[in-house]
Design a protein around this ligand. Structure first.
Ligand SMILES: [Fe+2]
Length: 310
């Protein structure tokens, strides 16, 4: 039998284990020390995102390792719907989450839809989208671990995205009160009733945790939406306190919230961090168009979550 302090166990210590305060402290310290102080630190200038140079790739990966996200600013201006897929593949992202609105290849065109059934769903309007992670209504077998957004055309005005690393949300909540995190790790914390997802696809009710730790990877996943309709939170004091905490955290100005206005050729590569979208205005001659790809794979999945202490 392994002793609790054996190297083998230490190597697998998971900072997201609420019973392992030492692993959490070490991870927390490393996380905060490396956290990007401004959105500029997340931006990587690249040439063609479809074929990154070694240095460009390394720069994006480095940001994803410390902040679960990177913003690239590339020179490709033409609309190539293969771009997200080709970019994702360079980071090991292959298993796309496809739905009927994403057309054949699993890449969605996010643009204002005047017809075709999409106009009923917020992503396909010019309205603001509240804080969420992508695919919060998905069943566990279709957890979205990473997501890419690529801007082909920006709006005439508005459409800014706010971003917060979900690991930082976890950290701030655990610092405040580990019992809040514990409540959101419960399997019945959050239910999205049966209806349609944000893409208009009929789906069954989805009940699950907000914070989930991958069984084999040990990575942290977050399933969240700030919407107040069509959502059922577990009605106990700890869950409701945790929900109020998140609401406050994301509703206030915070050094941990980064805001970016994507320009044509720019995009976001992320491990499905928390994000929102501001309302925007566009018109027939300048229709905002983003490509979006969602994956069951995580960027940098092979990297252990335990920071090197040496
Ligand atoms: Fe989203």
């Amino acid at each position: 039998m392994m002793r609790p302090n054996s190297p083998a166990l230490a190597a697998t210590a998971n900072p997201f284990d609420l019973d392992n305060a030492a692993a959490y402290r070490a991870w927390r310290e490393a996380k905060l020390a490396q956290f990007p102080a401004s959105v500029d630190e997340l931006v990587v200038e690249v040439g063609d995102p479809r074929s990154l140079t070694g240095a460009e790739h390394a720069a994006i990966l480095r940001r994803c390792r410390v902040a679960n996200m990177a913003i690239y600013a590339g020179t490709v201006r033409n609309a190539d719907r293969n771009l997200p897929r080709l970019l994702g593949a360079q980071f090991g992202l292959r298993r796309l989450d496809a739905n009927w609105l994403a057309e054949d290849d699993g890449v969605s065109r996010i643009t204002v839809a005047a017809f075709g059934g999409r106009q009923a769903y917020i992503p396909y309007t010019n309205r603001p989208i509240k804080w969420h992670t992508d695919g919060y209504y998905n069943p566990p077998a279709r957890r979205i671990w990473s997501m890419l957004l690529h801007c082909v055309r920006n709006a005439v005005s508005g459409g800014e995205n706010a971003l917060m690393d979900h690991e930082i949300a976890y950290l701030l909540m655990r610092d405040a009160d580990p019992d809040l995190v514990r409540a959101l790790m419960e399997a019945d914390a959050m239910t999205i009733p049966a209806r349609e997802d944000d893409e208009g696809v009929a789906r069954p009710a989805a009940t699950g945790p907000v914070f989930f730790v991958g069984e084999t990877s040990g990575h942290l996943h977050m399933r969240y939406t700030a919407r107040t309709r069509s959502i059922e939170w577990k009605q106990d004091a700890a869950t409701l306190s945790a929900v109020a905490f998140l609401d406050h955290l994301l509703g206030a100005d915070s050094p941990y919230i980064h805001r970016v206005m994507l320009e044509p050729g720019m995009g976001i590569v992320c491990n499905n961090v928390l994000h929102d979208r501001a309302a925007f205005d566009d018109n027939e001659s300048q229709r905002r168009l983003l490509y979006r790809a969602r994956y069951y794979d995580r960027i940098d999945a092979a990297v252990a979550v335990v920071p090197a202490t040496a």
